[in-house]
Design a protein around this ligand. Structure first.
Ligand code: KG4
Ligand code: ZN
Length: 333
């Protein structure tokens, strides 16, 4: 089944053609990130206006790169929650129009489930059950996955998402937006043990909390005169270490406690080189098999939305043209 998938929940406009939820024939991603850089964060109105400009060309490019025509599209999948409402609506309207014009089924996808499905865009789909860690700008979720469309949410962040913490710390450090890649880059040269930022392990819960290290960083800079501070790279590396250590420790603890020896990671923060490094090290020591998709499938993209929609499409569980967009995860019934 050839699925045209569309993702416009934030500042990326993306379209992909995905076969059987497994093989991406194309995955075009266009970002309005640089427009937001001078504001130090995403400006929703700017993002949705850019979505309107980009959605048409991006969909056409996805068809062209896949080498298919409209007549080859058998279903349309679209992110309809959660996200910036103005951005979501652009992709949703395009998806509905295409599904209606072609007379093919439409399925609305939860963005978080899209990230979880990124690891399935492989010749060899992951074996299940597996623990899944989704770490993005909007989410830090730990789940136990039994099937692509059957998972239990174990825990989530109680305050900032991991990517949000990276972005806020980068802003405090004057490293610009988006902060995750900037911190990752500069931290590579830094001393991870220069400053001991707090690690909130919340031992009785699978939840996370990342506002502590961010506040600690702001206080540290306020209370430490410049001449007594370590280099910027050391600060970035120490901050990154506090976040990464919590993510790795809790994910592997979940594997151990639940008796599962497979871990999947997804979302923009899964690109982080220290997260990948520490996870590889500790997981090997504990006999846990780790899967992380290539970078393009970690950050927002439409191919993962096509992968997530496939089980529903395969069993004929479609949405109709009343499908709506929701800013938050929970879809009212
Ligand atoms: O999944 P994503 O593209 O969008 C959301 O659904 O939020 O994730 C974006 C987040 C941003 O917070 C960004 O700073 C973070 O992922 N990110 C990184 C890295 N690359 C992107 N965080 C840490 N290290 C990176 N290399
Ligand atoms: Zn995302």
């Amino acid at each position: 089944m050839r699925i045209l998938a569309i993702e416009t929940s934030c500042d990326e406009t993306s379209a992909a053609v995905v076969v059987d939820g497994r093989r991406a024939l194309s995955n075009v991603v266009s970002s309005s990130q640089e427009l937001h850089q001078r504001f130090g964060g995403i400006v929703p109105e700017v993002a949705s206006r850019k979505q309107v400009e980009l959605i048409g060309p991006v969909v056409l490019q996805a068809l062209e790169q896949a080498g298919v025509g409209w007549e080859d599209i058998e279903a349309v999948a679209v992110t309809n929650r959660p996200g910036l409402i103005g951005s979501l609506v652009v992709g949703l309207c395009a998806a509905k129009a295409i599904a209606w014009a072609l007379g093919v089924p439409l399925v609305g996808v939860n963005h978080l489930e899209g990230h979880m499905a990124a690891n399935f865009l492989e010749e060899q789909p992951p074996e299940l059950p597996a623990v899944v860690l989704v770490v993005s700008g909007g989410h830090t979720d730990l789940a136990l996955m039994h099937a692509l469309d059957n998972y239990e949410l174990l825990g989530r962040t109680r305050d900032d998402a991991a990517g949000e913490a990276f972005d806020k710390a980068a802003r405090i450090l004057g490293l610009g937006y988006p902060g995750g890649p900037a911190i990752d880059r500069i931290a590579a040269q830094g001393n991870r043990a220069a400053v001991d930022f707090p690690r909130a392990l919340l031992p009785d819960s699978w939840d996370f909390s990342f506002s502590g290290p961010k506040t600690a960083l702001a206080r540290y800079l306020r209370d430490t005169p410049p001449e007594r501070r370590p280099a910027l790279a050391d600060l970035a590396a120490s901050f990154q270490e506090a976040l990464v250590e919590v993510l790795v420790t809790k994910s592997l603890l979940a594997c151990e406690r639940l008796g599962v020896d497979r871990l999947m990671v997804a979302g923009g923060v899964a690109v982080n080189s220290r997260l990948r490094g520490l996870l590889a090290e500790r997981a090997q020591a504990e006999g846990v098999q780790v899967r992380i998709p290539p970078a393009v499938l970690c950050t927002d993209n439409a191919a993962m939305i096509g992968a997530a929609a496939y089980p529903r499409l395969a069993r004929g569980d479609y949405d109709d043209l009343h499908l709506d967009a929701y800013a938050s995860t929970h879809r009212p019934h």
